[in-house]
Design a protein around this ligand. Sequence first.
Ligand code: PEP
Ligand code: MG
Length: 544
Amino acid sequence: MNKFSGKGVYGAIAIGKISVFKRQEVSVHKTHVTDVEHEKNRVNSAKELARNQLQEIYNKAKKEVGETNAQIFEIHMMMIDDDDYNESIISIIETQLVNAEYAVAKTSEIFVQKFSSMEDSYMQARAADIKDISNRIIQNLDTSNARSSENDEKVIICADDMAPSETVLLDKEKVLAFVTAGGSINSHTAILARNMNIPAIIGVGADFLSVIKDGDSAIVDGYTGDFIISPDEKTESDYLEKQSYDRSRKELLHTLKGKDNVTIDGKKINVFANIGSTDDIGPVLANDAGGIGLFRSEFIYLESNDYPTEDEQFTAYKKALVSMAGKKVIIRTLDIGADKKAKYFDLPHEENPALGFRAIRICLSRPEIFKTQLRALLRASAYGNLGIMFPMITSVSELERVLVICDAVKAELKEKGIKYNENTELGIMIETPAAAVISDKLAPLVDFFSVGTNDLTQYTLACDRQNPSVEQYCDNHHEAILRLIETSSQNAHANGAWIGICGELAADTTLTERFLRMGIDELSVSPSYILKIREKVRSIDLSK
Ligand code: PEP
Ligand code: MG
């Protein structure tokens, strides 16, 4: 038995087998082959495996998200047998005498280009599907890499560190817990773990990686940050007991479902949920959230190998709005940059990325990307109660430029007769000290503020949220942070705007009363914290 310690990110206990995280090698090398028939047979076997995998995914999706949403996997199965696609692969192998991987990758490139250049937006969207099935076939060609579809056991993922883009690509159904050598509490990877409701421990230090191997049994205690490898019988049975107590306590919270978020003296507050993708909507509904206070739309970009098309985005936003059936859904525009990087953005290397080219700065300097997203958002607004929120605002002029672009997109939609909701609320994140200090000037321009305490803390206290060695300075209870929130709240209300908090601090129940006394109207937290906040709100008496 070996014990390591780090920081628990989400309170729960996991007991299971370790899987050491392996980074996927995506580059395909071109090699010369002599046995053409062998390569063609390899393609056929990889396709056969892909068909089986897709059938299994289709069946699961049909059960979980319904037939309409599952249809995409049927389309993928049909694409695998498309004559033109297959002829291209075979012809590249035969004429160029190259390996199957290269032939599939080249065919994918040709077809993606063909689909992307089509006028019809439906056909354009098929480019992503071609990429998807081609990647699947390429992965299956490497038999050491091809994942047997029977291996469905949930595992404890152990890694040195994980980028948000790597975390979102994990099959959430198969992750029991995370343990990483590096990382910090407010990193996006930690936030994702919280959103996924899985116990996670970060900052364990690199030593544990040399002790573990795939298949070792282990215990993750997300409360204490303890990570126990190869536990003895007694330890395991103690933890099984702790796990079952933890589960029953969480179940107890579910008796609060359907109740109001109201204080003893009658003050109501909105308790909303933070999500990173439409996959998180299940837990949002299961935990009885009053709405979605932060949909981090950049995760749609991180999950793609290329800029998501307007239609792809529209489909995701519409799904969130329809699923929430008229409840508020606040979608934040692209907050890419800093730790959230997608290769295809081709962002410059920066010494201080958190202080660099990020979020609204990228959108304003690449307006076409921004406009595509705004068009998708506004089109989706016709299907529910949307709020659009802009990240990383630091000045009035910046916000004015954003609003001019928004108006231009609305005018364009109107001219084309495309429906959207004129009353879509527009708001900004208060996550830079500058925005909080000039919140009196910003509030008249928007309908709402949402305080991003994760960034507000790092920028106010000058401590990188990604850097574990300065975590001791990241005191998010610091009076400076609380005063900035209070100032923003006063200025929002003085100008007829409402204010919420969507950073991780919103879930800190030791501050709930203080937030309510400041006049905060909404708290947006990971779905699993909603009922805990409800319990806390219902215990507060503001009249005392
Ligand atoms: C924040 O900064 O508090 C926030 C909610 O945004 P993110 O964590 O995605 O930067
Ligand atoms: Mg932020």
